[in-house]
Ligand binder design. Structure first.
Ligand SMILES: O=C1O[C@H]([C@@H](O)CO)C(O)=C1O
Length: 549
């Protein structure tokens, strides 16, 4: 079935957390409209850019874009930014059921609120539930994304700091708390009618039923822990892939990830319960995000009897690792990885300075985008659009990941990894110490155009012998986003079988902005019928203009 949408994107006054602000809206909505489709459908989004002075793209996070790499919506990788006043058609197939989302992928437009949910239903779901809810998580600052962007690119560097508010489906509370009565802090109890833009979305449930909660995180920065007070969660889906179901009291979710969980409304039905999100991996200077699981027929305004769930300690990384290590592919439903790789690429993640500017680098290169999108320039054989030298396949064996970079300077670069079509690629993401002593952060890495198998995680420096032997080739989960823990490594495997050019990057938006990503190209000669509208900038634009005469 074809599903057709006309979207108008513009800035709009909005009040996501009780403080007046400005968001990027779609058709007057924040977050943008939810797309619901059935597996196999084709989506048509006619996207009109009504931002007065900026380009625009939208990335369909988790959709493989097989045969439509120009619709991936990664600015200057897969397409030219859509100019103000212009309309671009995103046409793509949703070929795998799952919980997805979409978001801006140019500058810091995701931080500005350009996002929404994309849900692909299966003809017949593999698990049973009575009803479902959707929960899109994000974080919010009282500083415009433009100011944030300038801060990051300034000397001296100005870091955004922790979010003011965590949002659930675009709603949070900054000046008041739903749980003030349980708080030691001097914060007032929210007095809400329910129709405020920042009033929480209440999740209404019937007792003794099974619910599916679809949850995705499009935070710009925050790693989160989600809990439903008193209710065990069974995790069944990760990034649109079946996983071996497992039970948890609460779960971590990093930017770029999505999950489905099943829970039973098996608690005392005369009470309501908290649904909470809390910051992990960074000092939690942001209050918990809260909403209410409302057992019908209780009033939605009935505050739960107990304080909101206590989050695990923000820096208890073993807790987070234990959660990640519980995720396995579902035997029979989740495909298995090829047993051998053809190429292994090691990517060292460091924070560096370039001419005094703070940047993130991968194997000592800090990514900057060319003015002509890679997809168009490679497809059309334009050889001066970017630096065609291969980026490094690895980093120095002697590199001490436990110390700040000995040579803190790196360079800007726009080189990309050319992958031989249909080969199996292993990537080892190696985390390291940042510029400050004893600082190493969590980074969720997201791959466009593919799912990958997560073969393993480890602490310290990756060991080519010992660690490879421990790879899980039996039932690794398929995903499109995976985290690296402080001072640790993560190994993934994917098959380079999707003709196109694909970003692989830290999903923390300021980190991508500061260069924390790489780009892969594979089988570009096989790309057919690329629309000219995707290439109407840089050197490809000149080419089309010349062709016309
Ligand atoms: O990229 C980052 O910069 C700051 C800090 O490292 C420098 O101020 C921070 O916490 C990041 O994640």
């Amino acid at each position: 079935k074809n599903r057709e949408y006309k979207w108008r994107v513009e800035y709009m006054h909005w009040c996501p957390d009780g403080v007046d602000g400005v968001v990027i809206s779609i058709n007057g909505q924040f977050p943008g409209p939810t797309i619901r489709a059935i597996v196999g459908d084709t989506i048509f989004v006619h996207l009109t850019n009504n931002l007065p002075t900026e380009g625009l793209v939208i990335h369909w996070h988790g959709i493989s874009q097989i045969g439509t790499p120009w619709a991936d919506g990664a600015a200057l990788i897969s397409q030219c930014p859509i100019n103000p006043g212009e309309t671009f058609l995103y046409k793509f197939k949703v070929d795998k059921a799952g919980t997805y989302f979409y978001h801006g992928h140019y500058g810091m437009q995701r931080s500005a609120g350009l996002y929404g949910s994309l849900i692909v239903e299966d003809e017949k779901e593999a698990f049973h539930y009575d009803e479902e809810f959707n929960l899109l998580l994000s974080d919010w600052w009282h500083k415009s994304s433009h100011d944030q962007q300038i801060d990051l690119s300034s000397k001296p560097f100005r870091w955004i700091g922790e979010p003011h508010t965590l949002l659930m489906n675009g709603r949070g509370q900054f000046n008041c708390s739903l749980a003030a009565q349980f708080s030691k802090l001097p914060i007032t109890q929210c007095k809400l009618r329910g129709d405020e833009q920042y009033a929480p979305q209440i999740f209404k449930v019937h007792p003794s039923k099974t619910y599916r909660l679809r949850v995705a995180s499009t935070t710009a920065l925050a790693s989160l822990n989600l809990a439903i007070e008193g209710h065990k969660m069974m995790v069944v889906e990760a990034d649109g892939n079946y996983i071996q179901p497992f039970f948890v009291e609460n779960m971590d979710i990093y930017s770029g990830e999505s999950y489905s969980i099943l829970f039973k409304t098996d608690q005392d039905p005369s009470n309501n319960y908290w649904i909470s999100i809390s910051v992990r991996g960074r000092e939690p200077k942001t209050p918990q995000g809260l909403t209410i699981l409302n057992y019908i027929p209780n009033f939605a305004s009935k505050i739960p009897n107990s304080p909101p769930p206590l989050a695990p300690l923000w820096n208890d990384y073993n807790y987070s690792k234990a959660f990640s290590n519980k995720i396995f592919g579902l035997m029979g439903l989740s495909p298995k990885p090829p047993t051998r790789q053809n190429r292994r690429i090691l990517l060292l993640n460091t924070q560096n300075r370039i001419e005094g500017y703070i940047r993130w680098s991968i194997n000592n290169i800090s990514l900057v985008f060319p003015t002509t999108p890679y997809l168009g320039s490679i497809k059309h054989g334009i050889n001066n659009a970017f630096d065609t030298k291969s980026p490094p396949n690895t980093f120095s064996k002697n590199y001490n990941i436990m110390k700040p970079p000995p040579n803190p300077n790196s360079t800007y670069g726009n080189r990309i990894y050319m992958l031989k079509f249909n080969t199996t690629i292993d990537i080892i993401l190696q985390n390291a110490n940042a510029l400050g002593e004893n600082v190493s952060e969590i980074h969720p890495w997201h791959l466009h155009g593919h799912n990958f198998w997560v073969l393993g995680y480890g602490d310290g420096k990756f060991d080519h012998k010992k660690d490879v032997e421990k790879f899980n080739l039996k039932n690794p989960p398929l995903r499109n986003t995976v985290v690296i823990f402080p001072y640790g490594w993560t190994a993934i495997r994917f098959v380079a079988n999707n003709p196109g050019v694909w970003a692989f990057h830290c999903h923390i938006e300021p980190h991508l902005h500061l260069g924390m990503g790489v780009v892969f190209a594979e089988g570009v000669h096989l790309v057919k019928n690329m629309p000219n509208e995707a290439l109407n900038c840089g050197l490809t634009r000149k080419m089309f203009v010349k062709d016309k005469h």
